[in-house]
Design a protein around this ligand. Structure first.
Ligand code: GZL
Length: 346
């Protein structure tokens, strides 16, 4: 074989070897690339949730009234924050859209699902004995939050946390006695009829009417704690030409509606007519500062941490206090500042 041929053959051998080497390297690259992809995708899904992680969470079924007001929305957020997965809970939230029958159905669903705890914000006081007895028979503790249930058997629920709405009504009447002179002609916007929130605030006003012969109730109707209904009732009173100088609105959202109607009739809210409200939600407190509302009695919705504390006592085998009332204040132009509003959560 001549030198050239020899060189050519060597060249070919080198080429062949290079070619094999190239194929080998390509194969190694492809295999390692696929191995990389498999690892990457399997690890980026994060820690694999196993059933045991889910089943470690304490399951709380929460039957909520609805989303009718600023208060209710703040209450729901407070419950969701308190019963988060990070805190070791899974919250099943049911919004009853203001219907008791939906709450009763939700509680039965919670029983069938075998939740660990049931929390009920009852839209009205009556009508809970049957379904809460079923929950008790299923061995599921029931915590009542916010409004009260009316029952002959208080053992059908474990404990309650909420506001003393009669005290709220009395606070409003005391403020009226101190700050309003002369005959009062009162227009009364009530919340959900039959709810303990409405009953307490109405009873407070009725006690004031009883004690003051120069206080007259010129109009009373349920606005269901809803802004649109508050405005509608205010329009009705204005169209009837009723003579009033005080509006007693059982929550801020109905007060917002009344203020809108007054403005539509060139009546200056808080000046031409005194406006009393309840809840002390953020927007309402700004209206107290601006003078559109004259008094706002606080009703604190931040029950999430309170209900969680009760459940954690139960989980620790302790017996919580049967009834826990939250402390509340009132706001008017004398005691309210922007700083106070800025510090408040809702
Ligand atoms: C009060 C709560 C009431 C609020 C309203 O405890 O039940 O329901 O005052 C809400 O704003 O709709």
């Amino acid at each position: 074989m001549g030198k050239m041929e020899g060189k050519m053959k060597n060249m070919k051998n080198i080429e062949k070897n290079n070619c094999c080497l190239g194929k080998t390297l390509k194969r190694v690259f492809l295999i390692s690339y696929f191995l990389f992809l498999i690892f990457a995708f399997s690890s980026c899904s994060g820690p694999q949730k196993t059933v045991s992680v889910e089943s470690d969470l304490v399951v709380v079924g929460f039957s909520q009234v609805g989303s009718e007001s600023d208060w209710r929305k703040a209450n729901t957020i407070s419950m969701q924050d308190a019963f988060s997965a990070e805190n070791g809970y899974r919250l099943i939230l049911d919004d009853a859209q203001q219907k008791q029958e939906r709450q009763i159905t939700a509680i039965r669903n919670f029983i069938n699902q075998g939740v660990d705890y049931i929390v009920l914000a009852p839209i009205t006081m009556e009508g809970w004995d049957t379904v809460l007895t079923e929950a008790k028979a299923a061995g599921i503790p029931v915590i009542i939050v916010d409004r009260m249930v009316d029952t002959d058997d208080p053992d059908i629920f474990t404990c309650w946390v909420g506001s003393d709405t009669r005290r709220e009504g009395d606070t409003a009447v005391q403020w009226m006695e101190k700050n309003l002179n002369g005959p009062l002609r009162i227009m009364h916007l009530q919340g959900n009829i039959g709810s303990s929130a409405q009953a307490g605030r109405t009873d407070g006003l009725d006690a004031g009417l009883q004690a003051h012969p120069d206080w007259e109730l010129v109009f009373r109707a349920p606005g269901d704690f809803v802004q649109a209904k508050g405005q509608e009732l205010m329009e009705e009173v204005l169209e009837k030409g009723l003579d009033f100088n005080v509006i007693y609105a059982e929550n801020d959202n109905m007060a917002y509606g009344a203020v809108n109607a007054l403005k539509n009739h060139d009546i200056v809210p808080g000046k031409d007519v005194t406006i009393i409200s309840f809840d002390a939600a953020h927007d309402a407190l700004h209206m107290v500062l601006s003078g559109e509302l004259n008094l706002d009695v606080e009703c604190n919705p931040l029950h999430g941490p309170r209900v969680r504390a009760l459940i954690e006592q139960l989980r620790a085998g302790k017996t919580p206090q049967k009834y826990t009332y939250v402390d509340e204040v009132y706001f008017d132009s004398e005691n309210l500042t922007e700083e106070i509003i800025a510090e408040r959560i809702y």
